[in-house]
Design a protein around this ligand. Structure first.
Ligand SMILES: Nc1nc2c(c(=O)[nH]1)N[C@H]1C(S)=C(S)[C@@H](COP(=O)(O)O)O[C@H]1N2
Ligand SMILES: [Mo]
Length: 171
């Protein structure tokens, strides 16, 4: 009998540990909502993040000029692959939406074939909405002439609000 109770306790602790291991929710203001082909959630069918959570992902830095600012600037941010690992996501394309309802689709290979990041910091300071933040896709424009073209300027979406992770062929 005692061992049966013990067995039940082990079972319940194991179940509770699984529930507690779920993706933590944001503590501060939400800066990003991720939907689509994800398998970890903290808000219905989506995953919401505050800035501190995104800053815990591996950091990448790019120093480059860009068409919107004078001179070279240092941008720090994360790679979508690390976010996708966290969300057990397996898509191939990001559909990214901005506050102004601009939408662009970016193949995930851009973040591996090219030096591209989702930046939250410029020259050591958080990117504010007025400086194209809180999140912006930025390519290392100085690293490759191919990046200095309409295709990649068009994918350089700022004031990002949400990301939908999609498999090939949409949805
Ligand atoms: N949030 C947001 N990002 C955006 C856009 C937009 O309208 N809103 N336009 C895109 C397009 S199509 C291009 S070519 C460049 C244009 O930058 P510009 O308007 O400063 O020339 O930004 C891209 N990023
Ligand atoms: Mo554009």
């Amino acid at each position: 009998m005692k061992s049966l109770i013990k067995g039940f306790m082990v079972f319940f602790v194991a179940v509770a540990a699984q529930v507690w291991a779920e993706l933590p929710g944001p503590q501060g203001p939400v800066v990003l909502e991720v939907t689509g082909d994800i398998n970890e959630f903290n808000h219905g069918e989506s995953a919401q993040f505050d800035l501190a959570q995104l800053q815990q992902l591996p950091k990448y830095s790019i120093r480059t000029q860009n068409p919107w600012e004078e001179g070279a600037h240092t941008f720090v941010g994360f790679k979508p692959a690390d976010l996708m690992t966290l969300l057990k996501a397996t898509g191939s394309t990001l559909r990214i939406s901005a506050f102004n309802h601009y939408i662009t689709e970016i193949p995930l290979t851009d973040f591996t074939d090219f030096d591209a990041i989702i930046a939250y910091e410029m020259d050591g300071l958080p990117m504010l909405i007025r400086t194209k933040g809180p999140l912006m896709v930025i390519y290392n424009f100085d690293s490759d002439t191919i990046l200095r073209s309409e295709t990649y300027y068009g994918r350089s979406i700022w004031q990002i609000e949400s990301i939908k992770i999609m498999r090939d062929g949409g949805s």
